[in-house]
Design a binder for this molecule. Structure first.
Ligand SMILES: [Zn+2]
Length: 164
């Protein structure tokens, strides 16, 4: 799914011990997004660490009113890759602590930055996607409940919510 220019060769990371990578592009699997990332890959024997920062924006759909809104991305990446398949018994990912995972490269010679960023953005999205503090969920069919009409609420119908 990714472009070749977003593959980082393990060999290049091993050569100098570290390798900087800058990413500025859209990820087409994510709706209307702009992703910027600065990553540093470090060679650590059997492992490679990837640390850095991601910012940008992405379009999400509000869980309450179903309107599209712009969500700002701003988070750190801290990933560890195992060069060889060390954890066959544990499956693809072994959890070291709360948020630290080791991703098994299964002998691959490259790290796919595009895929790393895609997975990281998905994980960084909020569990509950709400367009703003003014989102008036009472007016819409939310999940499986339809709220009966309350005429006292009509005053809110004309309020425009600033989605920016
Ligand atoms: Zn909303």
């Amino acid at each position: 799914m990714s472009d070749n220019k977003y593959l980082v060769a393990i060999e290049d990371i091993e050569l100098d011990g570290s390798y900087d990578f800058e990413f500025e592009d859209k990820i087409k699997e994510l709706e209307d997004c702009e992703i910027r990332a600065e990553l540093e890959f470090k060679n650590m024997g059997e492992f490679i660490s990837a640390q850095g920062h991601v910012d940008g924006k992405i379009t999400l759909e509000c869980d309450r009113c179903l309107n599209k809104f712009c969500h700002t991305l701003n988070f750190d990446i801290d990933e560890t890759f195992a060069k060889k398949s060390l954890y066959e018994d544990y499956g693809q990912e072994l959890e070291l602590s709360n948020s630290q995972f080791i991703t098994d490269l299964e002998g691959a010679e490259e790290i796919d930055v595009y895929d790393l960023l895609y997975q990281s953005v998905i994980l960084a999205l909020p569990n509950k996607k709400v367009c703003g503090i003014n989102c008036n969920e009472g007016y819409f069919v939310s999940e499986d409940k339809y709220k009966p009409h309350d005429s006292r609420m009509d005053v809110f119908k004309n309020i425009q919510i600033d989605k920016n």
